[in-house]
Design a protein around this ligand. Sequence first.
Ligand code: UN1
Length: 500
Amino acid sequence: MSSAAHSHILARLVPQDALGGSLRVTTPIDGSLIGTVSLNTEAEIDQMLDRAQAAFKIWRDVPGPARGELIRIFGNRLRDRKEDLAQLVTLECGKIIEEGRGEVQEMIDICDFAVGLSRQLHGLTIASERPDHVMHENWLPLGPVGIISVFNFPVSVWAWYADLAIVCGDPVVWKPSEKTPLTALACQAIFDEACEEFGDAPAHLSQIIIGTAEQGEQMVNDSRLPLISATGSCRMGRIVGPKVAARFGRTLLELGGNNAVIVTPSADLDVAMPSIVFGAVGTAGQRCTSTRRVFVHRSIHDQVFDKMKMAILDIAKSKIGSPLDADTLVGPMIDGDAWTNMQAAIEAIKPHAEEIVGGERAAGPADAFYAEPCLVKLTDQPEPILTETFAPLTYVIPYDTLEEAMEMHNAVPQGLSSAIMTTDVREAEFFKRRSDCGIANVNIGTSGAEIGGAFGGEKETGGGRESGSDAWRAYMRRQTSTTYFGTDKPALAQGISFDA
Ligand code: UN1
């Protein structure tokens, strides 16, 4: 895409008055400047949180299905803007255009899900132990939700949070990554258009905070945001979790992963290999669900390693390049820090490695960081592997028994996504029971979850669940209500008599 094409897409998606300021936004494609924005001040954020509270007081009383209508309109607007927004996602975060389109599709999917959900925010009727009493569990809007997101899914992860929050009756205040503010401003503009068409939405139902960790910290410490939904590193979660807990707020944390695939002797390798390769190198290894570790039964370890090696060498030969080019499979890393971290991880694993493939800097513009995916053959699971490296870096490790594989699998601090490649139902069921992750797949890879299921993980991944299933409950407060509808004196619970 030429720079003229960049500016046309930006002009179509981002209002001019949202641009300008001291924060420089560059594209990882060639490191060039694509826009500037200004960081919000403390006073501006303070005002935004008051506005979010005011919006909540109106929005919480709008019926759920009417709130869903706004999201239906938003989803349709996204359909209209899908290609432009996908191009902007690719420009700003560097994922290949096919994945950029997939990301906008994920937003559309969660809109559809949220629209259906807006008619299903149901509680329970519970049998009371007392005559002429009835118990209900009600779900009520919670309040403004603070969203903190990262560069790698600059729009769809926000949509997971925001669409559910909005249908649940909660305004949203979003701090996107400082590396991807333009896509956020584009989403805000599309959302504003949807509000206009909807007609009845209060002002400031969705707001954007442009900022770094400092602005994030202000959100985290402010009790006008009863829920902080945050995606990021385990390090960030360790700061955010206790701060929100100290003010008795709630968090939904979706932190680091260290995801593994287990390849058993019964695996159909024609089924397994494409998923393993996509998990390892897709999105240049910058998904929280990317495949970091591959445990392969010793009897097929060399065979699987060689297949992965061939795939990676093939990619390195001709499939690394501009993410806007339809033939590219691996685009740039987000920035120089990401590249440095990848190199540090390769250095750390060198003393343990039997063989290392790739991992060199690939050809590209001087201010961009294109990396050859890196594959490391190991004999066991040494300490450096316990840390997540957000890069196309994958370790291949042999195992002898599935019990042993599961032990190594679970021996990392993170617990997001896992997969087994097998045609043996016993192995598959054993794996599902033993995997300590929030996601456990059979014969598909660790990345690329659909929105219908709950998304998130255990241990240092933070325990939050987003997106599908009943993740909506996190955006509402639960109320138990007992009603007496008799005409005598209401009975006390537990049969207590109290004749005053
Ligand atoms: C992330 O990397 O933060 O399952 C989210 C997946 C995507 C979401 C990834 N649907 O890979």
